[in-house]
Ligand binder design. Structure first.
Ligand code: IMP
Length: 425
């Protein structure tokens, strides 16, 4: 049986999925997103230009590759329109190659307003969301109230929209949130709503599909399909550092529900991680560094959010967390990103366990919390050498240490943002 491959982030997102998908897509006919929405920001450098993709799969720059936004994704038509237009200006016409699932849910302007209102109400306990409306949209999906892409063409679309909007406005009022103060991408709510409806109209020129049939029939016909994850395993709604997580299943299981593909159709699972760790937003981060080494990782690695521009929190590689993510998704091939960021480091540390409740453990505790967990580190000599065609021996030792701990081979090492700066092992 022809199988679908998956590519996932194994940390807290921002592992560099965009670059790897772009490197892999020449081997695939279809790239499909299965969860998340415009909270994602996948950066690809192509012919000297930088593209940041939020909703659109990263196969979009590869000629002939079909890009599917699957049923598990949530879509803000205003943001998607802007993204398509940006690609059109750069010479990519997506009318033949972009397909959108009828069952994908819509992010309404009031979902974004609710995201802002919820975060404000949480005060110090806020999640630090991307304010793209992710939580409220998935909440409505599971509460069976949401609007979907396929609803756009129905006669009662505006009625359904107004009904849902009114119920959101009531909830926002209950949270004492001032809608007059709200700015969405610099616009007042009324202006954003207008732009949102223009986005809805604009999307009608693209093909809406039943993506579960499309993907399964493509596999039956021998086509090669890659499912592209967004965010990272430690942000998974079930297994991440709850409640500081996103609102979807970002692990391999999310592919089954987010594209309508059965578990026995899953082939390779590529897992991406950085040679160190980063996180944006609040929530536990056991190996976080607050010193100059953390700052060095941030500066060397240009660790500022692609969607929000926020500085990312930085720290050492967390191997128990990586192993956990590998276990949850059945990762078959690891890909290590940004090794070059630590090229000058004399020594590199990796967490190989945690001290929690006066005991050492290799398991992530249920109530993981930075204050009560202390990482147990192993120190490894730095490689202090750049990759020039070949991986330096000491970097090879670092790689082997990770492989031995996690039990899965590292097949790909990326050492720079350019498409060419990779070594396959
Ligand atoms: P939300 O997905 O916007 O609701 O945000 C929930 C949490 O996930 C916050 O901590 C965000 O910073 C984080 N998050 C969401 N999307 C991404 C991403 O693409 N990369 C990194 N962190 C993300």
């Amino acid at each position: 049986m022809n199988k679908l491959d998956i590519l996932l982030g194994l940390q807290w997102g921002d592992e560099g999925k965009g670059k790897v998908v772009d490197a892999l897509t020449p081997n695939y006919d279809i790239v499909a997103r299965f969860q998340g929405g415009p909270n994602a920001g996948h950066t690809i450098k192509f012919e000297g230009k930088k593209f940041v993709l939020h909703n659109i799969p990263s196969g979009v720059l590869t000629p002939g590759c079909v890009n599917v936004i699957g049923n598990g994704v949530i879509i803000d038509p205003y943001i998607l329109k802007g993204e398509i237009e940006g690609l059109c200006e750069a010479g990519f016409d997506l009318r033949q190659t972009l397909k959108i699932a009828n069952r994908a849910h819509l992010i309404l302007p009031t979902h974004r307003a609710m995201d802002a209102a919820n975060e404000k109400a949480l005060g110090k306990m806020k999640v630090g969301t991307t304010l793209k409306g992710i939580g409220p949209t998935y909440t409505d999906k599971t509460a069976r109230k949401g609007l979907r892409i396929g609803d756009i063409g129905l006669a009662d679309f505006c009625d359904k929209y107004n009904h849902l909007k009114e119920s959101h406005l009531q909830q926002i009022k209950n949270l004492d949130f001032d809608m007059d103060e709200l700015r969405l991408d610099g616009m007042t709510f009324a202006d954003y709503e207008k732009a949102w409806f223009e986005g809805v109209e604009y999307l009608k020129q693209y093909e809406f599909i039943d993506s579960e049939y499309y993907i399964n029939e493509a596999l039956d016909a021998g086509k090669k399909v890659l499912a592209e994850g967004a965010q990272g395993s430690m942000l998974d709604v079930d297994f991440g550092s709850y409640p500081f997580v996103t609102s979807s299943n970002v692990i391999a299981a999310g592919v089954c529900s987010g594209l309508g593909v059965a578990p026995n159709r899953i082939g390779k699972v590529f897992g991406i991680f950085k040679a160190y760790c980063t996180r944006v937003g609040t929530g536990p981060f056991p190996t976080e560094l607050f010193d100059e080494t953390g700052e060095l990782l941030r500066q060397n690695g240009h660790e500022f959010g692609a969607t929000t521009g926020r500085p990312r929190r930085c720290g050492w590689l967390d191997l128990p967390a990586l192993k956990y993510a590998v276990m949850l998704s059945g990762v078959t091939d690891l890909m290590m990103m940004k090794s070059d960021v630590m090229d000058d480091f004399k020594t590199v540390k990796v967490a190989t366990g945690y001290r929690y409740n006066n005991k050492e453990t290799k398991h992530l505790p249920f109530a993981a919390c930075t204050e009560t967990m202390e990482p147990v580190y192993t120190e490894i000599p730095g490689w202090q050498q750049k990759i020039e065609g070949q991986i330096p021996q000491k970097l090879e030792d670092y790689i082997k240490f990770i492989e031995n701990y996690v039990g899965v081979p590292i097949k790909f090492v990326s050492y720079g943002p350019d498409r060419t700066q990779n070594v396959w092992r």
